[in-house]
Design a protein around this ligand. Sequence first.
Ligand code: PEP
Ligand code: MN
Length: 348
Amino acid sequence: MIIPKTPKLTDAQLEDVTRIVAEFGCRIQVIEGAVQSIYAIVGDERHELLINRVAGLEYIDRVDTIQSPHKLLDIRSELKNHKTVFGGIELGKELLAIAGPCTIDPANPNRFYETAEALKEAGAHALRGGVWKPRTNPYSYQGDNKALDILMEGARRTGLPVNTEVMDEENLKLALDAGVDMLQIGTRNALNYSLLRKVGQAIAGKNTVVLLKRGRHIGPINEFISAAEYIVNFGNPNVMLCPRGTLPSLEGYRNHPDESITPLIKEKTWAPVVVDPSHSVGKSVYVEACSMAAVAYGADGLCIEANIDPTRGLGDDPKQAITPEAFRQLMEKCQAIWNLKSPPESSE
Ligand code: PEP
Ligand code: MN
């Protein structure tokens, strides 16, 4: 990983560096951080002569050779200074709240608009809404392109950025063309590297943010971080890691709640952690406690299923969505826990 003395290399400097690393069979991938661009050496970058040649250039500060399975996302990486901003919130500075229905009902656009307005009023910084749905049973409702227009109309009416899950290249293209701000990669695709690659390539150079869910089959932490790194490796560092419960479930909970892995993730990576308590516990009555625990464990944000009328929602909503009023109360409690950890006066 090459760190220049300036925030960015000039075109001529980049050409020089690219030529040098090419002599060693490597190439350069530019990662544009908000504060500092860094230049990843792709290939076997441990060649001593290569490191010395690049480190010796007058405009290079240093070449980091961190030994880590995920060098870019490593807590020691220069990218740790990258600030991810979403929904007007700088991650780590304030608690991010994303909320919305599991699935947008294409036959009832008004329910989504009313939910979106109510959630905005209750303090949500961004909306979620499933357009295309992965399901436990393949014969269940799998989504509808029409819901994408409804999602974007909700964004327009509220002025809030929106999150939706993409499962293939076609979804990805439609979502980006429509202006979706945050792409969700679901737990069932957590290790679908060809999808992660396509997402990484498609968002390079854009402000798009990715919410990567943790694999439900107890994805190890390094594997989770490496999957996120693979997206970042294509140039856009705006990725957030989302614990959402794993299998096997605990009796009574839909999954095995895993918000407690947050500090373990944070020991290894600078990438923000946004917990999804809804899929974790899978029942609306437990969502508040799980959210509070997530914040206590150090989560930077929450992604919560909510609906003005959960009983009439599609997908998971009848089981696990909370109402906007419950969301407001939950956020007040979570904010109080956040303030205990980082009191507002001392956060300057
Ligand atoms: C969802 O967010 O509605 C969803 C299906 O998430 P997950 O991939 O975590 O199951
Ligand atoms: Mn859901």
